[in-house]
Design a protein around this ligand. Structure first.
Ligand code: GTP
Ligand code: MG
Length: 458
């Protein structure tokens, strides 16, 4: 890590009540002192940590750039564990860029995206999973996603991984001791004990992986595609769930062409609703593209909300569309229940192997129940998201899978009576893999991939 002092605008671009230019590094205080004129005339260098000073940022020619409040956090008790100065100015682009230019003229350099958090990681203030949680918190689209990010930041996931690594290190120590005593292969009893211990760690990994589906959905939001033939009321249902007349609704079949995506929150869970075109065949290029987009949305979604029109019997088109998405996770809604029911709900149940919910997008009947079903599709029968460590990040999920595979290989080779050296190698591999989740093991490339996703100034 270089020892340069970095600087960035830490607040979003545009107009705001306040804006912050942040500095971190061993010269942060000295640089700020060159451009800050405190009302009390004292230099920041004489100021206590965690205190604020009112004054002005003044350019080389003595011109005032802005009226500011400057905060100071001395190393190591700061976000980066370095000296950090935050200049709180008015939140306009001119004031902020003027201050940033001035700190750079006085010895700071512009920071890279995520460089403050990267320094926090390299200086041991946060581990890698915690650093990634910072981004999750910034990007959280729902209260549940925020809660999950905060739990990861507090070290809940890291704690779990560290316990798993400790158990694995103990197994590895025992395997290596056997090797040192010249027991190249374990006796039957010892082999069984080692395999049992590896199985136990494997099931703990599996448990985390099973919950990661829930974690990923909480973090990214649940993608729900509203699907069904034209005119059944898909767009009307989108509007009803959104509580807003977003999509065009008409009695003309084929009204919706482009997929429409909107975000709603159900009990704190972010749900991306995607309204689609429901035609089976295209008549022109626009409909061809509409069908392509529907297909893509279906491929990427977590849940299909299949809609039928309850005011008429099930049609051949309903059946054809149903066949296309057989096997997908689904909720079946029979719409227009405010009208006389002509549909045979028993037939619908047989067709989809599940009971439909009867709703009316027009009158709002059972829309709240439909929301409940969407929520339950993630949390099953539980009324709330579960507590405890929950892995949610795609990188972490891949790491858990890879570590689980290595453990299985280790267990199989020990059970087969192969030389313990092989088992030791795979246990070591699992340890390193798990270590890359929290950053005990990392490469520059990995750090670049992770921190390049951050904004500048974080
Ligand atoms: N009575 C009644 N009519 C409804 C209901 N939902 C939708 N409709 C009507 O059904 C027609 C079609 O509604 P849309 O929401 O446009 O249907 P769609 O499935 O999006 O249709 P396409 O975009 O063409 O695929 C409109 O005339 C709506 O007013 C409902 O719950 N009750
Ligand atoms: Mg529509």
């Amino acid at each position: 890590m270089d020892n340069e002092t970095i600087a960035a605008i830490a607040t979003p671009f545009g107009e705001g009540a306040v804006g912050i230019v942040r500095l971190s590094g061993s010269s942060a205080i000295a640089i700020a002192d060159k451009i800050f004129s405190a009302k009390n005339k004292k230099p920041l260098a004489a100021q206590k940590s965690f205190s604020l000073r009112y004054g002005w940022i003044v350019g080389a020619g003595g011109e005032v750039i802005d009226e500011v409040v400057v905060s100071l956090m001395r190393a190591p008790k700061s976000y980066t564990r370095e000296d950090v100065v935050e200049i709180n100015s008015h939140g306009g682009a001119c004031a902020l860029s003027g201050i940033l230019a001035l700190v750079c003229e006085n010895g700071a350099r512009l920071s890279q995206p995520g460089e403050f958090t990267k320094r926090a990681f390299l200086n041991g203030r946060l581990d890698l999973a915690q650093a990634e949680a910072v981004l999750d918190i910034i990007q959280a689209k729902s209260s549940l996603a925020l809660k999950s990010g905060l739990s990861q930041l507090s070290g809940e996931v890291s704690g779990c991984i560290s316990e798993l690594r400790t158990s694995l290190l103990n197994v590895l120590a025992d395997i290596e001791a056997s090797i040192d005593f010249g027991e190249e292969d374990a006796g039957a009893g010892d082999a069984k004990a080692l395999c049992d211990r590896l199985s136990d760690i494997g099931s703990r990994l599996k448990f985390l992986l099973e919950r990661s589906f829930e974690g990923r959905i909480i973090r990214e939001g649940l993608k729900v595609v509203i699907y069904g033939r034209p005119n059944v009321g898909k767009s009307s249902l989108l509007n009803a769930l959104l509580k807003q007349e977003r999509a065009i609704v008409t009695s003309i079949a084929g009204t919706t062409r482009d997929t429409i995506e909107e975000l709603i929150s159900i009990k704190g869970l972010a749900v991306r609703l995607i309204d689609t075109a429901g035609m089976l065949e295209h008549r022109d290029d626009i409909e061809k593209e509409a069908l392509n987009r529907t297909k893509r949305a279906l491929e990427l979604c977590d849940l299909v909300l299949f809609v039928l029109d309850g005011s008429m019997p099930v049609t051949g088109d309903d059946k054809e569309l149903a066949a296309q998405i057989a096997g997908r996770k689904m909720i079946v809604a029979v719409n227009k229940c405010d009208l006389g029911q002509e549909i045979d709900t028993g037939e619908v149940e047989r067709l989809f192997s599940q009971k439909p919910i009867c709703v009316s997008a027009r009158s709002g009947v059972h829309i709240a129940e439909l929301e409940g079903l969407i929520y339950k599709s993630v949390f099953q029968e539980r009324s709330e998201a579960s507590e405890g460590a929950m892995v949610s990040n795609a990188r972490h999920i891949e790491i858990l899978k890879a570590a689980h595979r290595s453990l299985e290989t280790a267990r199989e080779s020990i059970a087969a009576g192969l030389s313990l050296e092989f088992g030791a190698l795979d246990v070591k591999k699992a340890l390193d893999t798990l270590g890359s989740l929290t950053g005990e093991v990392f490469s520059e490339e990995l750090l670049d991939t992770i921190f390049s996703k951050f904004c500048i100034g974080k």
